[in-house]
Design a binder for this molecule. Structure first.
Ligand code: UT7
Length: 328
């Protein structure tokens, strides 16, 4: 380069990987334990089956997805400077799941921490890795979304138990001249009560009881309304920041919670639904894993071509939501 101009570095996804548990649970299987049926679940959500972890832990699945992403990128584990694990269902309170993944991979040079932003977790984690990389602090990062929500679900509550599945997805990202063009993250803590998991009740010797972890609770319709309003907003925001019209985007990889939500987002953006790849029929809502599992399928399926404009977007508990626009 002789012009004396220094190109600004951004963050590029250079490899993807994913892992889902072996055990398939169909809608008919669930109809045997709660009052529901395949027709209701498919027509209201687009979900046909999900994978449920029986022996797989969050960190195990995260590490398997990460191994595949490393292999896909050609990067060695020792080259990773940072591991971010987006999860709401870590195996332990501590050590954090990213450290467990580090141990399983032998990524001895990485700093490791978890990010808690529920179904927006991967978008938050990718944004966070991007901030570290753009600042020059790190060059190569492993960004993972992994959840085993099946251990946090009330399996007698038909309004939630039919929606979720377990899994993990990962991306290796590196400093480069092309990649992420624009990004955003949003939160609205005052609306947190519409989707919660865990207990505010203390358990200690003074109270004479043990701590208890509560199950997930959700106001489905409120989450639905939130998603169809906020996701088009944050996607529009990221497209405006990148100077790109919705029609110029090749693929929208949006959190796989409900097909009707995706239809509504496509309609609001005035973009054909064909630009929104979906896989919730096979996996259900895998929370923090949903966007990277989808991205890995798009990558391995040959859908993503160099130069393609891709939008990633997530939404979920917090409330949290956000989007990234990138060039593949
Ligand atoms: O990552 C973010 C996580 N959360 C979400 O994305 C959830 C967003 N919300 C949704 O996807 C939808 O609101 C649901 C799929 C959860 C529910 O769909 P809906 O069209 O909003 O249904 P509804 O809650 O209005 O319920 C309609 C009926 C009710 O019966 P009544 O009162 O009309 O007699 C429910 O009791 O469907 C009943 N119902 C079910 N019926 C069969 C609720 N769950 C089930 C079920 N099977 N599993």
């Amino acid at each position: 380069m002789d012009s004396g101009q220094v190109k600004r570095m951004t963050t590029r996804i250079i490899g993807t990987g994913s892992y889902v548990p072996e055990q398939i649970v169909t809608n008919d299987d669930l109809a045997a334990i709660v009052e529901t049926n395949d027709e209701w679940i498919r027509s209201r959500t687009g979900i046909g089956q999900r994978r449920i972890a029986t022996v797989e832990s969050t960190s195990y699945m995260a590490a398997r997805a990460a191994e595949r992403a490393l292999e896909n990128s050609g990067v060695k584990a020792e080259e990773i400077d940072l591991i971010l694990l987006a999860t709401s269902s870590p195996d332990f309170c501590f050590p954090n799941g990213a450290c467990e993944v580090q141990g399983l991979l032998g990524a001895v040079n990485a700093a490791c921490f978890d990010i808690s932003a529920a179904c927006t977790g991967f978008v938050y984690a990718l944004n966070t890795a991007h901030a570290f990389i753009s600042s020059g602090m790190y060059r190569t990062a492993l960004v993972i979304g992994a959840d085993v929500l099946s251990k946090l679900i009330d399996w007698t509550d038909r309004s939630t138990c039919v929606l979720f599945g377990d899994g993990a997805g990962a991306a290796v990202v590196r400093a480069d001249e092309t990649g992420i063009i624009a990004s955003n993250m949003h939160s609205e803590g005052s609306k947190g009560s519409v989707l919660t998991c865990g207990s505010r009740t203390n358990g200690n010797f003074l109270l004479g009881k043990k701590p208890e972890l509560g199950y997930m609770t959700m106001d489905g319709q409120e989450v639905f309304k939130f998603a169809v309003k906020r996701v088009p907003q944050c996607i529009t925001e990221v497209l405006e920041a990148g100077g790109i019209s919705p029609e110029a985007v090749d693929h929208f990889a949006v959190h796989q919670a409900n097909y009707r939500i995706i239809e509504s987002i496509a309609k609001r953006l005035k973009v054909s639904i064909d630009r929104f790849p979906v896989n919730m029929e096979h996996y259900g809502n895998t929370s923090g894993a949903s966007v990277p599992i989808l991205l890995d399928e798009m990558n391995r399926g040959g859908l993503l071509k160099p130069g393609d404009k891709v939008v990633l977007s997530g939404f979920g508990a917090g409330l949290t939501w956000g989007a990234l626009l990138l060039e593949w």
